[in-house]
Design a protein. Sequence first.
Length: 255
Amino acid sequence: MINKNEFRMNGNPNNGNGSNGNGRGKPDVRVNLFTAAEAADEPDILRLNDEIVEYEQTEELTHSPEQHAAVEKAIHDLLDAFNVNWDDPNYTDTPKRVAKAYMEYWASGYGRDPKDEVTVFPNSSRSNDIVMVKDMRFYSLCSHHLAPIEGYAAIAYIPDKNLLGLSKLGRILEIYARRFQLQERIGQQTADALMNLIKPKGVMVVLYNVTHGCMSSRGVKLHESNTTTMTSRGVFHNDPTLRSEVMSLLSLRNP
Ligand code: ZN
């Protein structure tokens, strides 16, 4: 029985500044669904009254021969655990091939910084209308299973003093998609990168018709499901009318 329900974001009265003390200005997120005494009555219920910890992301891509060899060995060991026949030419170079694929595609977003890859232009026409690119195909791998995530993205922003080349919206998305990811996090990181880079009035990232290999490859009905996430920052966060404007642009059919 859950009779205490408390969900708090950005409002920890203990420090009053919205910081959780990690020095990086991350929002303070706490979930406190029931007290310890109540939880003791319900031993089978997952205890949710611990603070949510934001784990530092430590992944790196060095492209060094050592890292390449380490990935290659890991793939070799995985296949070895299945006792593959290494004389079969279909397996001979598989560890090498898979390592190369991780470095060049699946994990290639690590070690890339959006600010090194885009040029920011002044908004000389002073346009303050929505700019949106949609139907961008993206590929990723889920952190939970290393299974493929694939779907479509739409990115909308309302410029302030800066503009970005349209193709660069997809470039920034790709930097965050080509990692071990959660769908939600791809949207958040892409939106935050755009906010930092061009300081627009607002950003909205919608990832839609997204299929997760870990869901589609099992289950009876789940293989037909798809997932949509929406991340909004700035004016889009504060104004539901602007958000629905983006959603109606998104539903416009291509000719
Ligand atoms: Zn998964």
